[in-house]
Design a protein around this ligand. Structure first.
Ligand code: KG4
Ligand code: ZN
Length: 325
């Protein structure tokens, strides 16, 4: 049995997991900092890195205890992109453990981690597939022809969709993080109440734009709209429509046999339902618990990288704008 330790510290969640044979979760511990950052309405980078430092050792001890003890066969960590201070904590901790145990250190791209969260679902997809990654920092369509090969098809020209959920929640005085708050508020609202713009939907590209939608919500509030449930429902419908339409276009362009959806916003129930209804091909989704940042997805990507011989060196470091290649 091969056991991989996976460490995720790119933003405001410290995640440590142990995965057996690339698929079975033996431990998956996440220390969320949401309550700390909620008071500021968003992530404060300095606080995030300090928190990672405070809890990473204990969280790793806990995960290793649950998984039958140390050492493991490799240590994978998110090397980027993300907040530099936060990434440095995870990468250096992972390298120190790997060095001490004499096992490989495996750097993992955060988006590759999100993609591999789908391989932890009951029915993992086969390559090739189209990936829609939707998170607080990314909104992109990526063609994945084979393991660890990526072709960018489109990305956001301004805000990420999760960032837009977070900003609109702030405008509506809903708590951080915005995605779950808006989803909840929308349950009591009418999605057809306000016809928010679906920017760039029919422009022929696979790129996204979300800053206009956020501004449209602001204008509605300035003009006196005050029913938070209706605004939340109408906003969520527009945000999801854009993702569905662009993904449909990408499936057609690539003749994709399957679509993988991952990242924090993949936890959104309306998005999951609409994609499954609207796409002509199967949609592979991670379990709800693995949509948000976690160590298990990093361990899954790390296990595959290890199997393909892609390991890192002790001289490798974190890169806040690491490209996916
Ligand atoms: O992947 P993730 O944990 O962190 C990043 O890599 O950014 O995603 C966090 C993002 C936040 O913007 C949060 O508001 C959003 O995912 N999110 C949601 C939902 N749950 C989390 N957005 C919409 N609906 C949700 N249910
Ligand atoms: Zn993420």
């Amino acid at each position: 049995m091969t056991r991989i330790l996976g460490i995720e510290t790119s933003c405001d969640e410290t995640g440590v997991a142990v995965l057996a044979n690339g698929r079975t979760i033996l431990a998956n511990e996440v220390a969320s900092q949401v309550d700390v950052h909620a008071a500021f309405g968003g992530v404060v980078p300095e606080i995030a890195s300090r928190r990672h430092t405070e809890c990473i050792s204990q969280l790793t001890e806990l995960a290793l205890r649950e998984a039958g003890g140390a050492p493991v066969d490799a240590v994978a960590a998110t090397a980027g992109p993300g907040l530099m201070g936060s990434l440095l904590v995870g990468v250096n901790f992972a390298k120190a453990l790997a060095y001490g145990w004499g096992v490989p250190y495996v750097p993992v791209h955060h988006l590759e981690g999100h993609i591999f969260s789908v391989f932890l679902a009951e029915e993992p997809p086969d390559f090739p597939f189209l990936a829609l990654i939707v998170s607080g920092g990314h909104t992109c369509l990526i063609w994945c022809p084979a393991p660890h090969r990526y072709e960018w098809l489109g990305t956001t020209r301004d805000d990420a969709v999760g960032e837009c959920f977070d900003k609109v929640a702030r405008l509506l005085d809903l708590p951080y993080p915005g995605g779950p708050s808006i989803q909840k508020a929308a349950e009591a609202g009418d999605p057809a109440h306000i016809a928010f713009p679906r920017s760039m939907v029919h422009d022929g590209t696979l790129d996204f734009s979300y800053s206009g939608l956020k501004t449209a919500v602001l204008y509605q509030l300035q003009e006196g709209a005050d029913d938070r449930a209706d605004i939340a429902a109408s906003f969520q419908a527009a945000a999801v429509d854009i993702l569905v339409e662009k993904t449909k276009a990408a499936v057609k362009r690539m003749d994709a046999p399957c679509v993988v959806v991952a990242g924090g916003v993949a936890a959104n129930r309306l998005l999951r339902e609409r994609l499954q209804e609207a796409l002509p091909v199967p949609v592979a989704l991670p379990p709800f618990a693995l949509c948000l940042d976690n160590g298990a997805m990093i361990a899954a990507a790390g296990a595959s990288r290890l199997a393909h011989g892609h390991v890192g060196a002790m001289t490798d470091t974190a890169n806040s704008s690491l490209p996916l290649q």
